[in-house]
Ligand binder design. Structure first.
Ligand code: SF4
Length: 430
């Protein structure tokens, strides 16, 4: 049977899709080039914003024609949207055969192979770890490693705790063996994933302990992680990032708003001054660190002045990059009870203003890279030319430089020669 997985949303979904592909391959399934060519089409979905869900419904209606042409094709919707809207998916798209929630993804072959249960809708929580798998991935040299699932923070705007369930961490020993398997498969860099990696806990081991053990007990060359909650950014974690050479100098630390009143309404349990002091401590400990963030504008009742506080925060922290969004209501969350009273045109204008500011800030930050020599994991050719290589600096910035194929899959010293807001350009320094 040939399968095609279409992934929407965040890195957690990409990681799950990579593991699912590996699981299916191990059971004799084969990857298909396209949906036309596939016997099984899997949509791994996202619920974080309404737009993401609308895109999935749009994609499903495109797939309806394929199903009409060949009714033996199976269509599965898995992940966050399946968890949240299971029954509705089958009602609105009755040609969908299988709907599996976030903890049930690896039950997929069972339902594919046992057609009598269709349509199958399963969304019970209770993730059972499957055998160790090396995920299928686009990047041969970097891999995501999920270390925890779910979230207990219940930020007022966010559906994640409802669709991914309570926070659960994987055992350290399992993570060590997964990384050993990845190293054996040629991986040089791993990114730990979790909704809130820095609240990881396995018995007595917390997140800094995990980082220390991975650095000590495996041959992985570079370690990253995302996402962190500011409330769990401890001094021990900052000290570990500063001390351990395998830790890459990059922290993604979602701020969300520069206004303390809005942060309180969001349930974020920190103030901007606390957040700012964390960024100062990180920069004091790791002077070259890249700081990236998430920001939301147009949260219910956000005034112009509070929006300007977010702009001020961006200027004060000088983020290397940011994911920026305008607020949209998610049914079932605490914020859905607030009056969504910022007019759409104001939300859009605020978002455009924020993006323009962050573009300027990113340009300034990237200009300060010019002349520096950075350690770069070279992971392929640039999109434009096979004479230009691309890679990632420790600070997670994309850099392009002239070079030959044999450098792909190595770590090189590259001098930054120029930069724009998104990309660095460089030359080999040795
Ligand atoms: S920390 Fe907040 S924003 Fe992040 S996943 Fe949990 S509830 Fe959502």
């Amino acid at each position: 049977m040939k399968y095609k997985i279409i992934t929407f949303g965040c890195q957690m979904n990409l990681a799950d899709s990579g593991l699912l592909a590996s699981y299916l391959n191990g059971r004799g399934y084969q990857p298909a080039e396209s949906e036309d060519d596939a016997d099984l089409i899997v949509l791994n979905t996202c619920s974080v914003r309404e737009k993401a869900e609308t895109r999935v419904f749009g994609r499903l209606s495109e797939l309806a024609g394929l199903k009409r042409e060949d009714s033996r094709k199976k269509i599965a919707v898995v992940g966050c949207m399946a968890q949240r809207l299971g029954e509705r998916i089958v009602r609105d798209a009755p040609y969908v055969d299988i709907v599996l929630g976030t903890d049930r993804i690896f039950d997929l072959p069972r339902y594919v192979e046992n057609g009598s249960d269709i349509p199958a809708i399963h969304t019970e929580f209770g993730y059972e770890d499957i055998e160790e798998l090396v995920p299928v991935r686009d990047n041969k040299y970097s891999a995501f490693v999920t270390i925890s699932r779910g979230c207990n923070n219940y930020c007022s705007y966010c559906v994640v705790p409802y669709v991914r369930g309570e926070e659960r961490s994987y055992p350290v020993s399992k993570i060590v063996s997964q990384i050993n398997a990845l190293v054996g498969d040629g991986v040089l860099e791993i990114t730990f994933l979790g909704q809130n990696v820095n609240s990881f806990r396995d018995g007595d081991a917390d997140f800094p302990d995990l980082l220390d053990r991975i650095a000590r007990e495996t041959d992985i060359r570079r370690i990253r992680f995302m996402t962190s909650h500011p409330k769990d950014m401890s001094d021990r974690l900052i000290e570990t990032i500063a001390r351990e050479p395998k830790m890459m100098p990059h922290v993604h630390l979602p701020l969300q708003s520069g206004s303390d009143r809005i942060l309180k309404m969001m349930g974020r349990v920190y103030t901007f001054s606390h957040y700012f002091s964390l960024t100062e401590r990180l920069r004091a400990a790791v002077p070259d660190i890249s700081l990236t963030t998430d920001l939301i504008v147009g949260f219910p009742s956000e005034t112009d002045e509070e929006y300007r506080m977010t702009l001020d925060a961006v200027r004060a922290v000088m983020f290397d990059s940011a994911f920026m969004f305008r607020y949209s209501v998610r049914e079932g969350t605490a914020a859905a009870k607030f009056d969504d009273d910022v007019p759409e045109k104001d939300k859009i204008a605020r978002l455009v203003g924020l993006i323009n500011l962050q573009k300027d800030v990113a340009f300034e930050k990237n200009q300060s890279e010019v002349g520096k020599i950075r350690s770069v994991l070279v992971d392929g050719f640039s999109r434009r030319s096979n004479n230009i290589l691309k890679g990632k600096t420790g600070g997670n910035k994309t850099i392009l430089f002239d070079g030959h194929e044999e450098l792909i899959g190595t770590i090189q010293k590259i001098r930054v020669t120029s930069a724009d807001s998104w990309t660095l350009h460089g030359e080999r320094a040795e």
